[in-house]
Design a protein around this ligand. Structure first.
Ligand code: 3SL
Length: 241
C-alpha cells in the first residue's frame, strides 16, 4: 500500500486515479456527511452547483429529502440547513437523502469521484476508515484535503496525518514503505505534534477563525473529536455516498 496525501483538490493529479481515494473536509463537509449517514440518512448526494442541487432535489419527494447549502460558512437561501453537523439529528435526517453543496468539501469529493473506491473521512470516523483500509489494502491510496479555495488547511492535513499514523500502527507498515510523497510524512508530523490538542489547532486554523466569527464554536468542538462514530461514507455511484 502506498499512501499519497494531497492538500487540496488543485494539487491532486488529474491524469490518473488511485485504487482508493479519501476526501477530507474536517471543517465541516465530510464531518457533516458522516454524521448524517450515522444518524440514518438514506444517502448523501453532493453538488458543486447550488442551482443543480435545487433542480435535482426538486424531483425527490419533499418528505424524503433535506437540502444543505453552504457558501462562505453561511447557509444558502432556499436550503433547509447550512453545513453544521450538529443539525444532522436523527429526527431531521433519518430516512432522507441529504442533498449537499459546500464551498470546498464537495469539490474534493468530485475531484476523486472516478476512483474505483471513494470514501469520506473526518476525525470523527478516523478509526473506522483505517479499519476498512487495513482490510482492503488498496495498492494506491490518496487522501485529498479540501483546503479553502485552493489553499492548504491545517484541519484537513492533520486528519490525513491521523489516518496515516493509525494505518501504520494497525498494519505495521513502516513509514518508508507507506509514504508515497513528502506530504504524507509532513501530515503525520503535524498530527503527532497536535494529537492531544486538536481543538486548539482548529482555533489556530484560518477556517476555524472564520467559523468562530460566525458563532460556530460548538461545531469546532464537535469536529475536533476523534473516533466517535463508526460510519464510513462509501461512494455508491459518482456523487452519491
Ligand atoms: O468548504 C466547505 O466545503 C465547508 O465545509 C465550509 S464550512 O465549514 O461549511 O464553512
Amino acid at each position: 500500500m502506498k499512501l499519497f496525501v494531497y492538500h487540496t483538490p488543485e494539487l491532486t493529479p488529474s491524469d490518473r486515479v488511485a485504487d482508493c481515494a479519501i476526501a477530507v473536509d474536517v471543517l465541516r463537509a465530510t464531518t457533516t456527511m458522516v454524521t448524517a449517514l450515522d444518524a440514518g440518512a438514506e444517502a448523501v448526494q453532493v453538488f458543486s452547483d447550488i442551482e443543480q442541487l435545487k433542480q435535482v432535489s426538486e424531483q425527490w419527494p419533499s418528505e424524503k429529502r433535506i437540502r444543505a447549502g453552504e457558501r462562505g460558512g453561511s447557509m444558502v437561501d432556499g436550503c433547509d440547513m447550512g453545513n453544521s453537523p450538529l443539525d444532522c439529528t436523527p429526527d431531521r435526517v433519518s430516512g432522507r437523502r441529504l442533498f449537499i453543496s459546500t464551498t470546498n468539501g464537495t469539490r474534493a469529493l468530485q475531484c476523486v469521484a472516478k476512483a474505483p473506491s471513494v470514501l469520506a473521512a473526518a476525525l470523527i470516523n478516523r478509526r473506522a476508515v483505517v479499519e476498512l483500509l487495513a482490510r482492503k489494502r488498496p495498492e494506491t491510496l490518496w487522501i485529498v484535503g479540501s483546503g479553502w479555495e485552493g489553499s492548504f488547511s491545517l484541519e484537513d492535513t492533520v486528519c490525513a496525518g491521523a489516518i496515516a499514523h493509525s494505518l501504520q500502527e494497525m498494519t505495521g507498515i513502516s513509514l518508508v514503505d507507506l509514504a508515497g510523497n513528502d506530504e504524507t510524512i509532513a501530515a503525520i508530523a503535524l498530527y503527532l505534534q497536535w494529537q492531544d490538542r486538536l481543538l486548539e489547532l482548529m482555533h489556530h486554523a484560518s477556517h476555524g477563525h472564520r467559523l468562530l466569527r460566525l458563532n460556530n464554536s460548538a461545531d469546532l468542538e464537535y469536529c475536533a473529536q476523534t473516533d466517535i462514530l463508526t460510519t464510513v461514507p462509501v461512494q455508491k455511484e459518482p456523487g452519491v455516498l
